[in-house]
Design a protein around this ligand. Structure first.
Ligand SMILES: NC(=O)c1ccc[n+]([C@@H]2O[C@H](COP(=O)([O-])OP(=O)(O)OC[C@H]3O[C@@H](n4cnc5c(N)ncnc54)[C@H](O)[C@@H]3O)[C@@H](O)[C@H]2O)c1
Length: 404
């Protein structure tokens, strides 16, 4: 994108959906001085969303981050509505409704009718095809993805998803707005999971294989946390909700039956252990507390699963755990570069440093690969019987780096 690409003025914002994400997204804009019209389908949902926003601001007042007057002013600059006509003046509209293509279709068709000419229409979808969403409108050049991370008013990362028809002006404007709301924005092409979640799926997949081969959740988490991650894969899954991964895996079993996947996590989900929100997941949680306690019951489920699969459990070293988890990120990252989903390795690193708790001093997965050398990366992958991504083999052979 040429650096002199013109941008559009963004003075008023619309947010659709006042759930987990919509409320936090709205807060970002009002915090930056941009008034927001917040739309829901039902008064009850609107009230619930506004109450959550108010609670978040009150917590900030309690911590001394805002005065009561500032908090009130910000809440007052969110205008709740049930009518699409109230979005007619918005320069940017961010949709955060249910993750269902049919619902997105209804919303984008309606937006196409009411939004003014030149308004940017953004979707916060995590998994749906942005190009399909853009095709619900007569103005696909104005459609873009703004993939916020939860909690949206806290997390720094914003994946900006560039669709097939997204206009350069739309992209440049959203990158500028991202700076205004103090996000670290990274451009991603359209693919399942974009950059961050596409890579984390492979990382979780390795973690699950290691469970059935002989490790336990607490060992895996401890090993990768010692490497420097903010949180291991199992504590992270318990925080995000194990049901989310379950939905994705069920889709994978249908769409990519050739993809091997340990079913050990499904066993856990079948018992309703969805994580912190159900008081139990890969770990046990005391009511009202977030510290993860290893669970004897879960360990038994894992050991029984290995037995059922005819897998002889073995001791897995912390070194192997770290290697397999980090290599799985590097390998998928390399594919993301090959496919042009990310335009440079440092973009991938930014995603991992700002959104996924990768140890800052290691510089992100791709820079870490450069640090240990691609020759060693390839050799380690082959040791585990993996076929490295073509980009890795090529760089290893030429003594190259992801970050030239
Ligand atoms: N929860 C996350 O961690 C997360 C992270 C990134 C992206 N996302 C994406 O954000 C979107 C919203 O997710 P969420 O977790 O906030 O869901 P949520 O269920 O908490 O909120 C969705 C809200 O949208 C409202 N809604 C539904 N249909 C609507 C319509 N037609 N018009 C207006 N409002 C409507 C619902 O009443 C609800 O309040 C999804 O696309 C999801 O994939 C979620």
């Amino acid at each position: 994108m040429p650096s002199k690409t013109p941008t559009r003025a963004i003075e008023q914002v619309g947010v659709i959906g006042a759930g987990t994400m919509g409320g936090g997204i709205a807060m970002n804009f009002v915090n930056a001085g941009l008034p927001v019209v917040l739309l829901e389908t039902k008064q009850e949902a609107l009230d619930k969303g506004l109450a959550a926003i108010r609670r978040n601001y009150e917590a900030q007042v309690k911590k001394g981050k805002l005065t009561q007057e500032q908090a009130e002013a910000r809440i007052a600059s969110i205008r709740p509505t049930l009518a699409y006509e109230d979005l007619a003046q918005a320069d940017l509209i961010v949709e955060a409704v249910f993750e269902d293509l049919g619902v997105k279709e209804q919303v984008f068709r309606r937006l196409d009718e009411v939004a003014k000419d030149g308004a940017i229409l953004a979707s916060n979808t995590s998994t749906l095809d942005l190009d399909a969403i853009a095709a619900f409108t007569q103005r696909p050049g104005d459609v873009i993805g703004m993939h916020f991370f939860s909690p949206a008013h806290v997390m720094k990362l914003l994946e900006v998803v560039r669709g097939k028809h997204t206009a350069k002006e739309t992209l440049a404007t959203v990158m500028q707005v991202a700076r205004k709301i103090k996000k670290t924005a990274v451009v991603s092409g359209v693919c399942d999971g974009f950059i961050g979640n596409r890579m984390i799926e492979q990382y979780i997949r390795q973690a699950l294989f290691m469970l059935e081969e002989g490790a336990l959740p607490a060992q895996i988490d401890r090993a990768i946390e010692q490497f420097g991650f903010a949180m291991g894969p199992f504590r992270m899954s318990d925080l995000a909700g194990n049901d989310i991964g379950w939905v994705i895996r069920k889709r994978r079993y249908e769409e990519q039956p050739e993809l091997t996947y340990s079913r050990v996590a499904d066993r856990l989900c079948e018992t309703g252990r969805f994580g912190q929100k159900t008081g139990a997941g890969w770990y046990d949680y005391q009511p009202g507390r977030r510290d993860a306690q290893p669970s004897v019951l879960v360990d038994d489920v894992i050991v029984a699963f290995s037995k059922e699969q005819g897998i002889a459990r073995r001791a897995i070293s912390d070194e192997e755990i770290v290697e397999r988890l980090v290599l799985s990120l590097i390998d998928e990252g390399a594919k993301i570069l090959e496919e042009g989903i990310a335009s440079k390795a440092s973009d991938i690193d930014m995603v991992y440093l700002t959104g996924y708790g990768f140890p800052l001093w290691r510089g992100g997965p791709m820079l870490y690969a450069d640090t240990i050398g691609l020759y060693n990366v390839e050799r380690a992958m082959r040791k585990y019987g993996w076929t490295p991504a073509a980009r890795i083999v090529e760089l290893a052979a030429t003594d190259g780096r992801f970050n030239p």
